[in-house]
Design a protein around this ligand. Sequence first.
Ligand SMILES: Cc1ncc(COP(=O)(O)O)c(C=O)c1O
Length: 384
Amino acid sequence: MGGKDLKFNTKTIHGGQIPEKAYGAVMPPIYQTSTYAQSTPGGHKGYEYSRSANPTRTALENSLASIEKGSYGLAFGSGLAAIDAVIKLLEPGDEVISTHDLYGGTYRIFKKIFEKYGIVFHFVGMMGTEAIESKVNDNTKLIWVETPTNPMMGIIDIKTVAGLVKGKNILLAVDNTFATPYLQLPLDLGADIVMHSATKYLGGHSDTVVGALVVKDKVLADKLFFIQNASGAVCGPMDSFLVLRGIKTLHVRMQRHCENGKAVARFLKNNPKVEKVYWPGFEDHPNHTVAKEQMKDFGGMLSFVPKGGSYEDAIRIVEKLQVFTLAESLGGVESLAGHPASMTHASIPKEEREKSGVVDALIRLSVGIEDSEDLIADLEQALR
Ligand SMILES: Cc1ncc(COP(=O)(O)O)c(C=O)c1O
């Protein structure tokens, strides 16, 4: 189904999908094959070799393009592989402006892999536009936005940033992992590239590692398809299938993630043992108005600092949790707790991470879709 006119919930299930030709299977088959028979050299049915393309991956890529309101979707072996492909669009000497509050692995690939190839990265606060404007110059080729940011739940105004770079030959990429297209559509807001760790909400069940890019422009898509094939960091058919299946329930899961996120955020805010809660749904969040405008709801991610908290206090709390599992990652049906300073953001130097608020006592929660009463009771006992 082409799906341009379908509404979001229908697109998660049918967007970009075609009926299976052989037996009418309702779900796309897992084409577990590396190669395809040819009748004569070049005589094939559209598929030659599964690094270049695989029908199950195509089904996922079409679904991704549909739900993000793009024209082309590309699936990769991980979110970082998708980021790697975007940076490979650049040349030595090109400059990237990125938010300073972002996933530690993104920071790591920028600094530890690509900096040595002559690409220059600037990490700035993006809650306002002044810091971005101050870094833009003739070498600037890419703005990297993550919103909501991981783990501080900062909100970056995508439309305003897009306005800033319009007509300047600068690409705007948005990591939409936390929000998902259920909450926010970066391409509609003026971004050129949407990126996902599909490992998270798109897959939704913590059972696979996949990355994604979606774009509208054909020239840009062709460059990325070239890199996808030439660098080869693709996902396999089984992983493609799992994300495709996950996407079919994205809207119902996200609705519950948002409801539970709100309940947990409010509970923590009113708990005397909690110093600070970071969640864009609070009216006193510095960019609450932007969040309200560019997002449909506020999502299931939040972070908090226990009162008078130290590294040890945070560790004690996450160890006591029973319904929340202490684990890396986020976006699955089950609630997870993480300690960014020692886990997801350990690859960012302490001084750098503290600049954006990632203090030793910060705890990040990925609020799942269990009963919110159980989640709250669990936090209550862990904070006691
Ligand atoms: C916001 C964000 N972007 C990118 C990534 C990287 O994705 P992956 O782990 O699938 O490589 C993550 C992983 O945690 C993430 O949280």
